[in-house]
Design a protein around this ligand. Structure first.
Ligand code: ZN
Length: 405
């Protein structure tokens, strides 16, 4: 199985003919087809296949109990109408890298494994990285069982319907104890590599990020008969705040997005009584992020006061910065630069990953493959096949460097 043929097998699974995007949600038939594909890849290579207590799939080359394993992999599920590369590129590249090592005849001192973490995107149950969170002990069985999809189906019921036992889910310290290093290859979700002209990069950190809810409360009234000067229109303060968010983010070199909004009463001929907007903001470091959000809050408060609007800001979620293991990161840079003398770019990212979840428990690192447009979570997501192959070879070099005798 070459990279090309593995890729071709996965391409049709869970693809919407209407949008061209992927709808591979956790525990749905499309996800189960991807899982069947993974199992087949493991078995056709004679790798030891297992599913852990949280439904993550593993394919082992060598004895899992030997310890200090070098593990690679990613995820196969998708966001709604996601691209083909986010997740699958890492899994396909992992199998291809294993094939490359076997072809090289590398004498391995450590066991290697490929993993497919379940429900990374959280598209169905609203929480990202469920498989790795459970394994790392960041999500309890009770919390997982309470997760519910848009149709009212619980995660537990969905796992059961897919033939998995939801009562086994929970922390898996024994499994983590077997792993010496985890390296996740992923399509880049930005244009940093395109701008530097490199095919492959190494991750430095995942930016701290959070979500804040802004409630602007004014006074509902008739859109035709209420004089402009008599209005308490929260939409105006909201609109000014969106512009302020853009300004603050630009000043700090951060990102800030109002991408979701709810309006009451939501009538075309009514001045709103409430505009609720959700801010997503991310920055390279905590200080910068705090400054951006404080700046946006301050501006929102001033605009609200000017229009007679009551403002409430609530932080709904927050994830601190994830610094990948420095020693492992430096080791990757050394391995990849060894023969070429080329310095591989090291870059931060604003997107979350299973590697970020696991980094609190085991040494983790990430490789990024160039994405010429930077578009991700969209059918337009793309990586050239040459770059994908360069990613496979880089991953093979890394696995070889970390696991060879
Ligand atoms: Zn991903």
């Amino acid at each position: 199985m070459t990279f090309h043929s593995m890729w071709a097998e996965l391409v049709p699974i869970g693809r919407s003919s209407a949008s061209g995007g992927y709808r591979r949600y956790a525990w749905t038939p499309a996800d189960l087809d991807c899982r069947a594909w993974f199992k087949e890849q493991a078995e056709s290579r004679g790798l030891a296949y297992e599913v852990d207590r949280n439904g993550n799939q593993w394919a082992w080359l060598g004895d899992p109990d030997a310890g200090d394993a070098v593990v690679t992999g990613s995820h196969l599920d998708s966001v709604p109408d996601g691209g083909a590369f986010d997740g699958p590129l890492g899994v396909v590249s992992s199998f291809a890298a294993l094939d490359e090592l076997r072809a090289r005849g590398t004498d391995l001192a450590k066991p290697l494994a490929v993993v497919n973490f379940g429900d990374e995107e959280g598209a169905r149950f609203g929480l990202a990285c469920v498989g790795s969170r459970l394994t790392a002990g960041q999500l309890t069985r009770e919390q997982a069982h309470r997760l519910t999809d848009g149709e009212g189906v619980t995660l537990a019921r969905a796992m059961e319907a897919a033939g998995y036992d939801p009562d086994t889910v929970g922390p898996d310290p024994e499994r983590l104890a077997r792993i010496g290093a985890f390296v996740e290859l992923h399509v880049e979700q930005g244009r940093a590599l395109d701008l530097t002209g490199d095919r492959v990069g190494i991750a430095s950190a995942i930016w701290p990020h959070g979500r804040w809810r802004f409630d602007f409360r004014g006074e509902a009234n008739h859109a035709g008969t209420t004089r402009l000067t008599d209005r308490h229109d929260p939409m105006l303060s909201y609109a000014e705040t969106v512009l302020a968010a853009r300004r603050e983010a630009e000043l700090a070199g951060a990102v800030a997005t109002f991408g979701k909004i709810a309006v009451e009463p939501n009538g075309v001929n009514a001045i709103p009584s409430l505009v609720r907007g959700w801010l997503d903001s991310r920055a390279e470091d905590q200080g910068r992020l705090d400054a951006v959000v404080a700046g946006i809050e301050k501006a929102a408060g001033e605009y609200a006061a000017a229009h007679g609007i009551a403002l409430d800001v609530v932080r709904e979620s927050f994830t601190p910065v994830v610094e990948f293991d420095h020693a492992l990161r430096d080791e990757l840079a050394r391995i990849l630069g060894k023969d070429t003398g080329i310095t591989v770019p090291v870059l931060g990212t604003g997107a979350g990953h299973d590697a970020g979840i696991l980094s609190g428990r085991i040494p983790t690192a990430m490789l990024f493959v160039r994405n010429p447009t930077g578009v991700s979570h969209s059918p337009a997501e793309f990586a050239a096949e040459d770059d994908c192959v360069a990613g496979v070879l880089a991953l093979a070099d890394v696995l070889e460097g970390l696991a060879r005798r």
